[in-house]
Each structure stands twice: as structure tokens, then as C-alpha cells.
Design a protein around this ligand. Structure first.
Ligand code: HEC
Length: 214
């Protein structure tokens, strides 16, 4: 019986430690995060585009978290500075991603601002990047005999579109591209405030001094 009590107590303590380390501490670390001044909230079109991004599983191949220089060559790859918690202020759910079958997209809006390029690349990635393994998304587009007023017709590279017909972007494709163009976190961010650092460091010399004195 005594062993069962020990087992149950051990389980409860292990669970409490895990909850503190994985839930409570991270929550305390990020609960006061504010958006950097350069970060704009999403527009409603960008939010719809974000839903298209989620629905089509883009996150399974693309991350949105450039790493610090010490952890990888992301800056040298042109993916931008290391992201900070505030960059994700408006992201619910976050789309950090864990796989990089394709490039990181956290700053794709700055790297590739062209709407034409994005629409064409979604319709047929291999028309722009020979040998690309990114899937094409033809159902985000409509092939028509002729464009109607208000249609967004794709300017595909010569020989890539259906012969004698036009490819028109559906609203989902247009929203998705607005979201991609808005992925621009190239504004500067400040390092963590000195106050917090000084506050954390200040008690240390006091302890060191009293330890030396005793
Ligand atoms: C199976 C993995 C895979 C999926 C799923 C995928 N991609 Fe890609 N993506 C890639 C690869 C590989 C590349 C690099 C080759 C290229 O540019 O086509 C790429 C490139 C890109 C680029 C250009 C990046 C740059 O730096 O030039 C964009 C933008 C992009 N993908 C957006 C998307 C969007 C939006 C979706 C979802 C609708 C998506 N991808 C889904 C693999 C994927």
C-alpha cells in the first residue's frame, strides 16, 4: 500500500513539474508581450488568405520563424532577422511550422512583392522554378475561354497557360496572395528592455558579496 501512495505522489509531482516547465513558465514569459511598432494587424482579406494558407497545408512545408545567426544561416539565406515573440502578436493560431521542405516565408512579402509572380507560382510552381517540388494549386483558379469584366487574369510565362484560354484567379487565391505579400517583418525590433535585465542581474552581486563576507 505504501508503494502505491509513493507511486501516486511521484506521478503527481512529475506532472506538476512538467506543467510548470512547459505551461506556466512559458505563459509568464510571453504574457506581457506587446506588438512591435512596425507590425500592422492583418486586414480582413489577409485573414481570409491566412485561412486558405492553413486549409491548404502550406505550414507543413514552410516555416515562419527565421532563426538567430548562432543557430543557423537563415539571415544569409535572405530570410530576415531572427523573429521575436512580439512579431507573432496577431497570429492566432501561430504558423511557426516545423518543416522546411520549402523556404521560410516570414518575410516573403519583402523578398517577393509581385502579385503576378505569386499567383502564377501558386498556379504552377514549375513555370517559375524549374524542378520545384511544391504542389500546384489549380483549384484556386478558373480556366475560361475569355476574361469577363473584373477578372484577375494571370500573366503566365509564355507557353505555360492553357492554349487559347485564360487563367483567372479565384477570390481565395487573391486573398492568399494578399496574406503572402503582407508577410513582412523587416521592421527593426529593440533588444529586451535593459530594466528587466538589470533587475535580474542586480541581486547577484549582493549575494556574492554576502557570501564572500560570511
Ligand atoms: C510539399 C511541400 C510544399 C507545400 C505543401 C507548399 N510549398 Fe511552397 N515551396 C515548396 C518548395 C520546395 C519551394 C521552393 C521551390 C519553389 O519556389 O517553387 C516553395 C516555394 C514557395 C514560395 C517561394 C519562396 C521563395 O523564397 O521564393 C512561396 C511564396 C510558397 N512556396 C508559398 C506556398 C504556399 C502559399 C503554399 C500553400 C498553398 C505552399 N507554398 C505549399 C514546397 C511546398
Amino acid at each position: 500500500m505504501e508503494n502505491e501512495v509513493k507511486l501516486a505522489a511521484g506521478a503527481v509531482v512529475s506532472l506538476a513539474i512538467a506543467t510548470a516547465a512547459l505551461v506556466v513558465l512559458p505563459y509568464l514569459q510571453v504574457r506581457d508581450v506587446t506588438p512591435p511598432p512596425g507590425l500592422k494587424p492583418y486586414t480582413s482579406a489577409q485573414l481570409r488568405g491566412r485561412d486558405v494558407y492553413i486549409a491548404n497545408g502550406c505550414v507543413y512545408c514552410h516555416s515562419q520563424q527565421p532563426r538567430d545567426r548562432g543557430l543557423g544561416p537563415d539571415l544569409a539565406r535572405g530570410w530576415g532577422r531572427a523573429s521575436v515573440p512580439g512579431d507573432y502578436f496577431y497570429d492566432k493560431p501561430h504558423l511557426l511550422g516545423s518543416m522546411r521542405t520549402g523556404p521560410d516565408l516570414f518575410n516573403i512579402g519583402a523578398r517577393q512583392p509581385s502579385k503576378d509572380w505569386h499567383l502564377g507560382h501558386l498556379y504552377q510552381p514549375r513555370a517559375y522554378v524549374p524542378g520545384s517540388i511544391m504542389p500546384s494549386y489549380p483549384y484556386l483558379f478558373e480556366v475560361k475561354d475569355a476574361a469577363e469584366p473584373g477578372d484577375e487574369v494571370l500573366n503566365l510565362p509564355p507557353g505555360q497557360g492553357p492554349f487559347g484560354r485564360v487563367v483567372v484567379a479565384r477570390p481565395e487565391a487573391l486573398d492568399l496572395v494578399k496574406y503572402l505579400q503582407g508577410l513582412d517583418h523587416t521592421y527593426p525590433v529593440l533588444p529586451p528592455p535593459l530594466k528587466a535585465k538589470a533587475g535580474a542581474a542586480a541581486p547577484a552581486p549582493v549575494h556574492a558579496a554576502s557570501a564572500a563576507a560570511s
